[in-house]
Write a protein that binds this ligand. Structure first.
Ligand code: GTP
Length: 637
């Protein structure tokens, strides 16, 4: 019996005593010493629309392969981050190596649980690079939704075997036959190949696991070549440095082996090697086709997309054809006070290592000091990142209003020289040069896919046209549902489009979008002045058709959000010196202790303390106190 099962990994969830009780578990000693025949390896992922049951199914698969006990129903074992538990969503893709005996043969099944929300789709993209097949899970009650379309096309693009599976067939309103015909009409899937399960009840899960073995091919890898592995995830361990999740394309790797990075030929030694089940299970050696954790020690490094190679490797090819990540929103992140700068910098660095989808660049603001301009995949991603900073690193940050990136084409050799290029991506409205230097503005667009009940077609069209959308031809999903597509400006969908869509369709429509590139657009920079002083963090780039509306909305909202002060406050929205809207906040004297003159001293102190804490959460502009959440909330509609 091994005693080296350590739970130092972030999934830190399985204790050895539990594991010893497992029935269908292979002997760990055997596992540590045995190199898996690639024909007995299956690498697969579960992909689905949000809430269609991926994590619940992952739990059942973990039970079936003996990793957890059946009593942990709805444990969502793979959702380990505090933010995932609190929000009930998957944010990080997680790997679990499972053992399963089928027809007297032992298989190693590497399951990758992926997030469903569109903001985390890069995790899905990254996960599938190590897979040969996917379980495409569809809720038998809700049917095909927008993200089902997106993940299906992702699987197709990556030439993965798809196991179409209907989940939640236990629900009384489930209509498996109808969903099968939806799968047939939209994706040309043969209804006879569709499996039906209830992840909650465990129905059909065994058959599904066996379909993973029989339908998904083993990895097409070369076990005898030089060692070469591709990094699909990284995270930071306090004592062991960067730990990497690696998919081995060729050769074998073992503890003590000398290796190098494709990006840097410096030699390192393999110090840690483990299977993730999903807790760490140390192994001595791993072979092509496996997905394993590798660590090279505190100075070893490692980043997503890089390749780890044996030192003899010379023929370095770029097996990783991952698309560069396109950031959808940018926001400034600043320490709450500058003495926290180093601490916050360290926290951001470590979190960015685990969340490779963010881009981090140094930024500074005269008002907020030194900080970072961080690119995210969407607002939920931004929200989750800041929540993780706080929860996992105890780092509190101020966020500026998020903005989408724009592109400009410059005119004039002097300014082109200054920006070092004729075309420049603007991630912060303040970087926009004077309009006289701009030849053309470009706005990012997306292709939005909406699946909605037919009775809401009118409402959805109105919403999309109102958001400057251009309709594309739609197609029927079945007689009750339709799939609509629109080309939409990203700025119009990124903030609250999804919520509005849900509310106008009583929650029945689903939405997903894909990048559609930059296109010319009539844009201007709108500034906000508070008592004549520019509040840089509130500058926005707006479409001219929206200018007056946005100016009015922003000034009205700011009037609501800024508490009344001792002096009158003028809030103005200005473009190139011309005022488009103005609101005035009347003066008001606030003294929370006034009523308590001569009153109880402890209550008085408590109120003064509360007031002082409130002030800390304020940002001061021209002596006017603005609550910090204003900067993020004001841009929401
Ligand atoms: N009735 C029923 N409910 C299910 C079944 N599978 C999952 N659920 C429920 O559906 C909800 C969503 O399930 P999750 O497993 O969290 O879905 P998910 O796809 O992992 O969600 P994200 O991680 O946010 O993408 C939970 O309330 C589950 O209990 C099922 O087979 N039957």
């Amino acid at each position: 019996m091994v005693n080296i099962f350590k739970s130092t990994h972030r999934f830190n969830l399985i204790c050895l005593s539990k594991l010893t009780r497992l029935s269908n578990r292979m002997n760990s000693t055997e596992c540590n010493s045995k190199i898996f025949d690639r024909r007995k390896i299956r690498n697969f992922s579960i992909v689905a629309h949000v809430d269609h049951g991926k994590s619940t199914l992952a739990d059942r698969l973990l039970e079936l392969t003996g990793v957890i006990k059946a009593s942990t129903e709805n444990a969502q074992v793979l959702d380990q981050l505090q933010v995932e538990k609190e929000r009930g969503i998957t944010v990080k893709a997680v790997t679990a190596s499972l053992n399963y005996t089928f027809k007297n043969e032992l298989y190693l099944l590497n399951l990758i649980d992926t997030p469903g929300h569109v903001d985390f789709s890069n995790e899905v993209v990254r996960s599938v690079t190590a897979c040969q097949g996917v379980i495409l899970l569809v809720d038998a009650n809700e049917g095909i939704q927008a993200q089902t379309v997106a993940v299906h096309s992702l699987a197709k693009r990556n030439n993965l075997i798809i196991i179409p599976t209907l989940n939640k067939v236990d629900l009384p309103r489930a209509d498996p036959d109808n969903v099968k015909s939806q799968l047939n009409s939209l994706f040309n899937i043969d209804p006879d190949t569709v499996l039906s399960i209830s992840a909650k009840k465990g129905w059909g899960v065994k058959e599904l696991l066996e379909a993973v073995i029989t339908r998904i091919p083993p990895p097409d890898v070369n076990p005898t070549g030089y060692f070469k592995a591709h990094i699909i995830d990284t995270w930071h361990d306090k004592y062991r440095g960067v730990l990497c999740l690696a998919y081995i394309h060729s050769g074998t790797v073992e503890i003590g082996q000398e290796v190098k990075w494709q990006s840097n030929p410096k030699q390192h030694t393999v110090k840690y090697l483990a299977l993730l089940r999903p807790g760490e299970e140390p192994i001595n050696k791993a072979t092509a086709g496996q997905v394993v954790m590798v660590g090279l020690g505190p100075k070893g490094g490692g980043s997503v997309g890089d390749h780890l190679l044996s030192i003899e490797a010379t023929d370095i090819d770029q097996t990783n054809n991952a698309q560069p990540i396109k950031h959808m929103v940018y926001a400034g992140i600043f320490p709450a006070d500058q003495s926290q700068h180093i601490f916050l910098s360290d926290a951001i660095k470590k979190l960015a290592l685990n969340d490779s989808a963010v881009s981090v660049n140094v930024d500074s603001s005269p008002a907020l000091g030194q900080g970072w301009r961080v690119g995210f995949l969407g607002l939920l991603h931004l929200d989750v990142f800041t929540q993780r900073l706080l929860q996992e690193y105890k780092a509190e940050a101020i966020l500026t209003a998020p903005s989408v990136p724009y592109k400009i084409k410059l005119k004039g050799s002097k300014i082109i020289k200054h920006y070092k290029s004729e075309e420049v991506i603007i991630t912060n409205p303040l970087q926009l040069p004077d309009s006289k230097h701009i030849e053309e503005y470009y706005e990012p667009f997306v292709m939005g896919t909406i699946i909605t009940p037919v009775e809401f077609i009118g409402a959805v069209t109105t919403l999309c046209v109102d958001r400057r959308g251009t309709p594309l031809p739609s197609s029927a999903v079945d007689e009750k549902m339709t799939m609509m597509q629109f080309i939409l400006p990203l700025s119009e969908v990124v903030i609250d489009f999804h919520d509005t869509l849900k509310s106008i369709t009583s929650g029945f429509a689903s939405f997903d979008y894909q990048d559609y590139g930059f296109h010319p657009s009539a844009l201007v920079r709108m500034d906000i002045l508070i008592n004549g002083t520019l509040v840089e963090e509130l500058s926005t780039i707006v479409h001219t058709s929206r200018l007056e509306y946005n100016a009015r909305r922003l000034t009205e909202k700011l009037k609501e959000m800024i508490p009344r002060q001792m002096v009158q406050v003028a809030i103005q929205a200005v473009v190139s010196g011309k005022v488009y809207a103005r609101e005035t906040l009347k003066a008001y004297r606030k003294d929370v202790t006034a009523k308590l003159y001569g009153g109880d001293v402890t209550r008085r102190k408590k109120l003064l303390k509360q007031q002082a804490e409130g002030k800390k959460k304020m940002r001061s502009v021209a002596n006017i106190k603005i609550p910090r959440n204003t900067f993020i909330d004001v841009l929401k509609r």
